[in-house]
Design a protein around this ligand. Structure first.
Ligand code: SAM
Length: 249
């Protein structure tokens, strides 16, 4: 980093070029925070529109505060950066997507987590959902089946200072037994049946939030709750459209 007095000794033309670049950088940042503010309004509108499904008209304010803070534009490829705060999924390469912000907020809300929670995410993708979770819990373990995406997400999460996220490349169908049990498990790709290992790795009192269904038929976001006696209860929340949970399991 240059000190101020060093900058002042630069030739005037170079100095003004540096200052204009700095002004551009600040303007771009301000633009992103304004876009993030609009995104929050759109999420709140969608929550109200879907309140009959989700059973509430607002989401947890801690979740919404994090949605207003995490830089989604840092998790998407350059060519879609200007759409980073649109309330919709975006392509992240390898035929995969970063989820719609409303869905990220809703799944985080439904997981019922707090600052002591240990969470498993299946389907790291861009790393954005993991970053949102990381702001709210003690540790996030996240599994991505496509190596290039998992490695890129890990680099982005490290660059942005998320030290409480561990990324693994593998088939998340099997969960991550070494770090189980989990207070919450979020799955961001849709299987047709609930993976049995994920139910086993859920703590009593914990919640599994998962889209379920086929690619050609109906998919539903469901919440599976395990009570203190280990009994399972399932609640259908909302019709959704997720990419499939792949892998040879
Ligand atoms: N949570 C992601 C984010 O914030 O960007 C969105 C994920 S995208 C909708 C679903 C991801 O799940 C894809 O990156 C896909 O490769 C991954 N996936 C699909 N099947 C998987 C599996 N069996 N294990 C782990 N990841 C899987």
């Amino acid at each position: 980093m240059m000190k101020n007095d060093q900058i002042m000794k630069l030739p005037p033309l170079l100095f003004s070029l540096i200052m204009s670049l700095f002004a551009l950088h600040v303007a771009a940042d301000e633009n992103f925070s304004e876009k993030r503010r609009v995104m929050i309004e759109e999420i709140n509108d969608t929550v109200r529109l879907t309140s009959d499904y989700i059973g509430k008209t607002t989401l947890d304010e801690r979740v919404m505060a994090v949605m207003a803070k995490v830089p989604r534009h840092e998790f998407v490829p350059d060519k879609v950066k200007s759409y980073a705060y649109a309330n919709r999924p975006l392509p992240i390469g390898e035929g995969q997507t970063i989820s719609q912000p409303y869905i990220v907020a809703l799944m985080t809300d439904l997981a019922g987590i707090d600052q002591d929670s240990i969470v498993l995410e299946v389907g790291t993708g861009s790393g954005y959902q993991a970053a949102v979770l990381a702001e709210l819990v003690r540790h996030v373990y996240t599994i991505e089946i496509i190596e290039e995406l998992g490695q890129q997400a890990e680099r982005d999460l490290q660059r942005l200072g998320y030290t409480n996220v561990t990324v693994k490349i593998g088939d998340g169908y099997h969960g991550w037994a070494e770090h189980a049990p989990f207070d919450a498990i979020l799955v961001t790709a849709a299987p047709e049946e609930i993976p049995e290992p994920l139910i086993q790795q859920l703590k009593p009192g914990g919640k599994l939030v998962i889209p379920l269904g086929s690619q050609i038929g109906f998919q539903s976001l469901i919440v599976v709750e395990k009570d203190s006696a280990g009994k399972i209860r399932r609640r259908d929340v909302l019709p959704v459209g997720f990419v499939p949970l792949t892998g040879n399991h």
